[in-house]
Design a protein around this ligand. Sequence first.
Ligand code: ATP
Length: 305
Amino acid sequence: LLQLYAPLNFLGFVYREIKHSLADMEKMFTLLGQNAEIKDSADALPLQAQRANVRFENVDFGYENNRQILHGVSFEVPAGHTVAVVGSSGAGKSTLSRLLYRFYDVSSGSISINGHDLRALTQGSLRQHIGIVPQDTVLFNDTIYYNIAYGQPDASREEVIDAARSAHIYDFIMSLPDGFDTMVGERGLKLSGGEKQRVAIARTILKNPPILIFDEATSALDSKTERSIQAELKEISANRTTLVIAHRLSTIADADEILVMEAGRVVERGHHRALLAANGVYARLWSMQQHEAEHAPGDKPVDAI
Ligand code: ATP
């Protein structure tokens, strides 16, 4: 029986490893947003830009032919500026970031970087220019070092450590028994939402792209973590062309422009103050969120309890 047990046990191990590798591959494809329909055109050129001007011009888009999601969306993010997109769930905010990363092609209109239509660029070079801090960061079943360095195989250990420092996750990592060699992910240490976002920020710092997409987490982090993540993002978005998909208006009050979306259309745009003064959709969303914040059980000031 023992003779049988060892190979069976080994087979079980191989099976688990394969299953986890498949899960990793699946995550990787989700992460890379592989969409087989999007192919480089024969004469696609590599994008080479230190600074990037992003422009959406009259963009229509639907995931399926019979359901249009975006209707004539136009906006520009000048190099180094920050544009934030707000609006109710399903309005089409995240769709904008998926199109900019070219997971999908627009149905009509165009998206360009420095005047180059995305469809004329190689996907590899486009994605090398964009850093994404997603709502929910995918962690691989590997070390925290691997997870930060992921996608930048040429990065030196010093660069990875510097990126962790800049993302304010270095002290946390050093407090772990195995430091940077600590296994994370489903089979290792589970990180909190804030820690996972910091890993994503460190990845982005290491990548050093001219364009940044920040998809704010829908589920609120605790307010202290939220504030410090915001401060870190402000640091890394300085001088980068940044698109913020925002769920909490308090985090984007100082954006260069705010787009308010409803059912796939931009219905208002401008600075925070101007939008409040206009007393429209944004002002309503703002007062709703202020009201919610005042009544959130965890966020009451101490003297009110
Ligand atoms: P939230 O604030 O909830 O994240 P959002 O404004 O970012 O919402 P999107 O994710 O852009 O909204 O979705 C816009 C619409 O597109 C929704 O109606 C959604 O159901 C639809 N949609 C999103 N992804 C897909 C997909 N892969 N296939 C088909 N429809 C999709």
